[in-house]
Structure formats: C-alpha cells, structure tokens
Design a protein around this ligand. Structure first.
Ligand SMILES: Nc1nc2c(c(=O)[nH]1)N[C@H]1C(S)=C(S)[C@@H](COP(=O)(O)O)O[C@H]1N2
Ligand SMILES: [Mo]
Length: 441
C-alpha cells in the first residue's frame, strides 16, 4: 500500500503512513478523524498489544506500519480494555476523549475517563504492584526516601476527594488559526473520587528545605522513540499547590485500582491545574529549589503568552508563562446535541461546571444565541476542586432550530466567553461556552 493511501477495513479506515512522516501527521491536524488508525512504528507495539488484548510474541519481526490482522478482519470498533464510548483521536500515543453526554454522571466512571498519553505506558503485565517504588528526592529534600505502595498505605492517612482533571489542550479543535496537537473538542475532562495520601504528608515526612519552590514528577512510561533515556513528560507544580490538602498521591479511582491507561498503579493528582501536572505511573517526585525544568515544563509546552498576542503570532519562549489554574468552564451533558423536542413541552437539561482552583458561583443558559440569559440551578461542589452539577429547564416559543448555550461564572466574577478566547500558539485554555442543537417540532 502506498503511503497515506486509505483502505476500508470494515468499520475502520486505516492509514498506512510513512514512519518518517509520522510525527507530522500525528501532531498535525490531518490524523484527527476518529476512525483513522495508523499503526506506525515499532514503538507502537505496546499500544497494539493492548488493542489486540495480548502480547505479540514475534513483535520484533513485524514490519513497521503493519496493521494487525485482527483489526483488519473485524468490524469491532477500536477499543481499549476497560474503556467504553470514548472517541479516539490518536493511537500513537493513545488519546481519547469523552463525548459530553457520557459525562452526565456526578462522578465520571473509570470506563468513561479520557486518556491523554504522551508516550507508551508501561505494559500492564509488567507492572508488579508489590515491587512498585516511589522515590522522593531532589535538591530541596532533606531526607530522600523510597516508598512501596504498601508503605504509603500504612504510613500515611488515606483521603478521598472528587477532583476534576482537564487537559490544558481541551477545546483546541476550535482554535483559529489552528494549533498542532490533539484536536480535543470538549471531552478532555473528567471528575471522580481519587483515593490516596496527601502529597504534603509524604513530602513533610521526607523533609522540605527552606529553599523549596517547586515539585516535579517522573513516570514509568516510555518515550515514543523507544529510547529509554528520554523522558516522556516531567511536569510539576509550585510548592503552594503541592502542599494543598487536595493534592494526592493516589492508587484508586472510584473505589477501584486506577485504570491502566490512567496511571495504574500510582499517580499524582493536582485537580484545578492542567491535568498534565498529574503524573501517571508515578515513580519519582523531586523537590526543587527552582522552577522545575523537566520535559514539557519549558519552551512553549503548557504555556501561554504572558500578554495577549494577535492570532497566528510567533511568541518567543521568554514571553510564554506557565499555565496554573484552569479557567472557568461548563458542559451540557444531557441531552445530546441534535435532539428533537416537541413544542409546548418543558425542555429540561443539565450539565457540569468547574473553574480550575476556584469554584463556580453562577450558571446561566440561553436559547436565543446569547441575547438573553436565565439562571440555572447550580449545586455546590462535594469538595474543593470538584466540578459542580447544574440543571435548568425552558420552553421554546415556536418550532425551529435552536441552540442551547451554557455559561459559567467563577467566584472572581469571570464568565466563560461565547467565542474562543485569547489565541495562543499551542491552542490551550479554550473555555468558550458549550452549546447543543435542538430541533423543536
Ligand atoms: N507519566 C505521564 N503522566 C501524564 C501524561 C503522560 O503522558 N505520562 N500525560 C499528562 C497529560 S497531558 C494529561 S492531560 C493527563 C491525562 O490524564 P488521563 O490520561 O488519566 O486522562 O495526564 C498527564 N500525566
Ligand atoms: Mo494534557
């Protein structure tokens, strides 16, 4: 098959992509359509094994770019074990978002929690929970130590918090001019109950020097190049965030082990900040005497211009600032966009709202493209940094096409914009209002 030639495989479309072009096509916009399946380089074999459900013993003899016959022969949609209903944006690395109507539960079930991988996760069968170690070190750590998961569980108090995790790039697909990266629509968000120990309890047990300013994490995933010496991602947070009550080293999500693709057996959780600071497959935390300078902390990664720029501008690295708290945002989770509704009947709808490190104080909805707004009923969060449920109902004045818009306002009085806000080179922080289409008949 020639490169980039499309082949129909049952429900699938597969693209055979020249590995030299892989990065371009993965990080560019062209490999977005959710049905394209490029199995590109040998380093995607782990992902492939996860998809076929077992190891591939002769993997090292498999030609690069070959599509597993299991997929070629089946009409079963592409799926990761334990996940259900996700829309796949990419398979190398695996990235999948949750359609908004599957975010209707108060706490997102593990099977619906989005996946954002920057590299190749450690193979599930190779993870030995009893042998897993977490090292705490760094130049601002007084007594570096290593803990097993059993140590963490026995030495520190357990805590459970519902915490929202949202990818900094959620909403990128609407940015114009477009930005490279996963073209998330609205579903790179989830909120559920994480259980673990407070990061601050563990850091305090190891001693924090007075000059500490930041922490950074390391995980067990492998760089896409396959080079074990290259770090996939190593981000972090300022000490003030690290020492918050809700910042956890977690081993459980919604009462079960964390799903493999979401960081099993251990991950850092710092809700409110971009989810990229919540390190998966956690192996090490360093206490730093300077801003952490790990992979994807510097340059343009997870940064936005310190001052607004014209759309399409090139912004020098020194003018880019690290994203901290995520902005106020909301989604309509019921009903699904595109519903038909009978005129005269009450139209009831609902959703979720969150505001990074803050909470949401008001929720407004509009059925006339923002000309007028009415208040929705907004619930309080179950704890700090958990998303909030809201509901509303309305009647439509006559038959026709409507859009229902939802707009959240945070406790500082900042509301969601109606159109995509503040262009930035990597397409982060799009918190424009979510809208659904309703046909009134
Ligand atoms: N070790 C590791 N941690 C990671 C990542 C990763 O690729 N490797 N991705 C980060 C990013 S960018 C996001 S948005 C969240 C996604 O978490 P999820 O896959 O559980 O939804 O994990 C973060 N932690
Ligand atoms: Mo992310």
């Amino acid at each position: 098959m020639k490169k980039n030639e499309k082949k129909e495989i049952g429900l699938h479309e597969a693209y055979f992509i020249d590995p030299s072009e892989a990065d371009k096509s993965i990080f560019g916009r062209e490999v977005n359509p959710t049905t394209r399946r490029g199995f590109l380089k040998k380093s995607s074999l782990l992902a492939m094994a996860a998809i076929v459900g077992s190891n591939i013993p002769f993997a090292n003899q498999m030609p690069g770019g070959l599509i597993p016959a299991l997929l070629a022969d089946t009409t079963t949609p592409f799926k990761i074990a334990g996940k259900d209903g996700l829309v796949y944006l990419n398979d190398r690395p695996v990235n999948a978002e949750t359609p908004p109507h599957l975010l209707d539960d108060m706490f997102t079930p593990a099977k619906h929690f989005f996946i954002r991988n920057n590299g190749v996760p450690p193979e599930e069968s190779s993870i030995d929970v009893n042998a897993w170690r977490l090292e705490i070190s760094g130049e601002s750590c007084l007594n570096p130590q290593s803990f097993s998961i059993a140590d963490l569980k026995s030495k520190f108090k357990h805590h459970t918090y519902a915490l929202q995790l949202e990818c900094g790039g959620n909403g990128r697909s609407e940015v114009s001019p477009p930005a490279k990266g996963n073209q998330w629509t609205v579903g790179a968000i989830g909120c559920g109950r994480w259980t673990g120990v407070k990061l601050k309890d563990v850091l305090n047990a190891c001693g924090i020097k007075d000059d500490a300013v930041y922490v950074g994490y390391y995980g067990a995933d492998v760089h896409l190049s396959g080079d074990p010496s290259r770090v996939v991602i190593s981000r972090g947070v300022p000490m003030s965030k690290a020492l918050e009550d809700e910042t956890l080293i977690a081993w459980s999500y919604e009462g079960e082990d964390i799903p493999h693709y979401n960081g099993f057996p251990l991950r850092l959780i710092a809700g409110g900040f971009p989810a990229s600071v919540s390190g998966k497959w956690l192996t090490k935390i360093v206490i730093r005497n300077k801003e952490h300078d790990g992979e994807k902390m510097t340059g343009q990664s997870y940064r936005v211009p310190c001052n607004p720029v014209a759309p399409g501008s090139k912004v020098p690295n020194e003018d880019m600032c690290i994203i901290e708290s995520m902005p106020v945002k909301s989604i309509i989770t019921y009903p699904k966009s595109g519903v038909t509704h009978a005129l005269g009947e009450v139209f009831a709808f609902r959703g979720k709202a969150w505001a990074g490190d803050l909470s949401v104080s008001d929720m407004d909805i509009s059925i006339d493209f923002g000309a007028t707004w009415q208040k929705a009923v907004l619930k309080k969060p179950v704890n700090r940094l958990a998303w909030q449920e809201w509901e509303a109902s309305t009647k439509f004045p006559k038959k026709g096409y409507y859009e229902v818009w939802a707009r959240a306002t945070d406790t500082n009085g900042k509301a969601q914009p109606i159109i995509v806000p503040g262009w930035n080179p990597r397409g982060y922080l799009n918190n424009a209002c979510h809208r659904i289409a309703v046909q009134v008949v």
